[in-house]
Design a binder for this molecule. Structure first.
Ligand SMILES: Cc1ncc(COP(=O)(O)O)c(C=O)c1O
Length: 375
């Protein structure tokens, strides 16, 4: 067991009581709580509709179907993301077309999108990575010019803002995830939000085995899935949502403390950068180790930190270099150089509500010593 895990959910009495109450009610699925969670979540993000699902991945899959993406289509997205944001494009038989990222925010570089567009391009799947928005103004302009849909992957960036506007309100739909390492959790779970009634209706049906719009018993109108959120998760989600602002504020404080202790070692480590248009909500704290020559050099640092009881992780491996992407699409090293450079030199540090200043000081001290002996 690591003394300092990479992530940890912030669970208190409220969540425990809420989960017990559901168990005592006997109403474990398709009860009232997922509906209440959806209503409150939509209100929080500022969309007309929210549809709870069993995971962020499930939500992304349904967003693709609802957008009408199908075999033969192409969708532009980021290679610097968790694999699910590209896989959901494959689920519907379409091709993920990657564009390289901006070296400040690690989000898709809008200046590289137009050259990736062709007649098959149907949508841009914008991933807001690590808690920070992508540069939405130019992305929206390009989408409008070429008549492309925007779908947002907000799985890592709940409540982040771009020019004061909440992410998840820019596209025709947006998807959130609640795995336990996220800013808020439902154990497993996700949420799709949209302002479009037509999208809501189809997603609401698809997640529940394709049932008819009025949800008549065993009347299945389309090929659907079991992507429902259960009531235990919804109860957890409601309890977590009520303290989301607090948890995000705590994450911001912890990130600032890491910055404070790391900044004096700026010849060794680059702290995360925030674009001036963005309000960052901190999914992870990812530093970039300077002068890293290879991925294996960075991985040695991760192993050495593990021996010191501090979990750190490579964040993130480049999607285009996973073997099945290489084999299927012919991607190779060198295709997206900025993604690859960040990917081989970045390191996520322990990051969760409850980390104290003394812990952060200790982790930074160990990290700096370790880097000094390997770089
Ligand atoms: C960017 C991104 N997209 C999609 C997902 C998938 O979410 P889930 O794990 O809930 O399926 C995640 C979760 O880690 C993510 O970080």
């Amino acid at each position: 067991m690591n003394k300092y895990p990479i992530a940890k959910p912030y669970i208190t009495k409220g969540e425990k009581q809420a989960v017990l109450d559901v168990l005592n009610s006997g109403n474990l699925s398709l009860g009232p709580l997922h509906k209440e969670f959806e209503r409150k979540f939509a209100e929080k993000i500022g969309t007309r509709y929210a549809c709870s699902v069993s995971s962020g991945t499930a939500g992304l899959h349904l967003a693709m179907i609802a957008a009408g993406i199908q075999s033969g289509d192409e969708v532009i997205t980021s290679p610097f993301s968790f694999i699910a944001s590209a896989n959901c494009i494959l689920y519907v038989g379409a091709k993920p077309v990657f564009v390289d990222i901006d070296p400040i925010t690690y989000n898709m570089d809008p200046g590289k999108i137009e050259q990736a567009i062709n007649k098959k391009t149907k949508a841009i799947l914008v991933v807001h990575i690590f808690g920070q928005s992508a540069d939405m103004s130019p992305i929206k302009k390009i989408a409008k010019k070429y008549n492309l849909k925007i779908i947002e992957d907000v799985c890592e960036s709940i409540c982040a803002k771009y020019r004061g506007k909440t992410v998840g309100t820019f596209g025709e739909s947006a998807v959130f995830a609640f795995y336990p390492n996220k800013q808020m959790t439902t154990a497993e779970g996700g949420m799709l939000v949209t302002d479009k009634k037509s999208i809501y209706k189809v997603v609401n049906s698809l997640r529940n085995q394709g049932r008819s719009d009025n949800m008549q018993w065993l009347d299945h109108q389309r090929l659907g899935y079991n992507y429902r959120m259960n009531e235990v998760s919804a109860a957890l989600g409601l309890a977590q949502l009520s303290k989301l602002d607090y948890m995000i504020a705590e994450r911001k404080k912890i990130a600032l403390l890491y910055n404070k202790y790391l900044e004096e070692y700026d010849s060794l480590v680059q702290v995360p950068q925030i674009h001036e248009l963005n309000d960052h909500t901190w999914f992870v704290y990812v530093a970039k180790i300077k002068n890293i020559k290879s991925e294996s050099q960075r991985n040695k640092i991760i192993l050495a930190m593990e021996k010191k009881n501090i979990a750190t992780k490579p964040y993130l491996p480049a999607i285009h270099l996973f073997s099945f992407y290489k084999n299927k699409f012919g991607y190779k090293t060198g295709d997206f150089p900025i993604t690859e450079e960040i990917s081989r030199s970045s390191i996520a540090l322990p990051f969760y509500v409850g980390l104290k200043e003394k812990d952060i000081k200790y982790i930074v001290e160990k990290l700096v010593n370790t880097i000094k002996s390997y770089v």
